[in-house]
Unconditional design. Structure first.
Length: 232
């Protein structure tokens, strides 16, 4: 998260130089759905859980996964002028995926039911420190568009009967949205926003076997946000 901390310092430092029009702070409720594309395991050559005389068959329903999400976040913005604001949004809680189970069958050189060995692997992922640095442009008095850069730590929690483990990964992505900003009393405001997220993929190598890898081609999401904040 070092680059996001640096971006935050630069953002508020720039605001001082530019004589910003003020600061907004607030909280957001996020909700929507996401899709993980191209999730797969890649075996190359002989590996620890598969000797040269055997092959491994995977039981997998699909290389895609979908799910819903709901979480809260906090944000702070610097209003450069009436048209442009720079902001940082941070999710203080972890987002946990469901546990996925994968059954692998080690089949002997001369296949028979008595020679088959079943191995069950379970994997779950926690997404932590989801941070977005963004630019918000006011198209009209109430309507705005927003684009941002995102970063999140993907913490793997696996129990692999086939041995080893896969390390954590830092995922980077982009976000885009548009919304409505309305005024409330006492310098308060509310926002309704629709947004899109697109994270890059990642590939990790098994700590116990360089010939065994997992990879995800990418993560995309669509959702909505409800925010309440105050201007200073």
């Amino acid at each position: 998260m070092k680059k996001f901390l640096l971006a935050t310092l630069m953002l508020f430092g720039f605001s001082t130089v530019a004589n910003s029009a003020g600061v907004n702070i607030g909280v957001t409720l996020n909700g929507g759905a996401f899709e993980v594309d191209g999730a797969s395991e890649v075996f190359s050559g002989s590996h620890v859980s598969n000797g040269s005389s055997t092959t491994v068959n995977k039981n997998a329903d699909s290389d895609e996964a979908q799910g819903a999400f709901a979480f809260g976040s906090v944000f702070a913005e610097v209003r450069i002028n009436d048209l442009i604001s720079l902001g940082v949004d941070y999710v203080p809680t972890s987002l946990d995926s469901e546990t996925t189970e994968n059954v692998q069958i080690d089949t002997g050189a001369t296949p028979s039911n008595s020679d088959d060995t079943s191995r069950t692997n379970t994997v779950a992922v926690s997404f932590e420190d989801l941070t977005t640095a963004y630019v918000m442009l006011n198209a009209t008095e109430n309507l705005y568009i927003k684009v941002g850069l995102m970063e999140v730590e993907a913490i793997t929690k696996e129990n692999l009967a086939t041995g080893g483990s896969y390390g954590d990964a830092t995922l980077e992505g982009i976000s885009a949205g548009f919304g409505y900003n309305g005024d409330l009393a006492n310098d308060m405001f509310f926002r309704l926003e629709a947004n899109y997220m697109d994270f890059d993929g990642a590939e990790k190598t098994n700590s116990n076997d360089a010939n065994k890898k997992i990879k995800v081609d990418g993560i995309t999401g669509f959702g909505g946000k409800i925010s309440v904040g105050r201007s200073f």
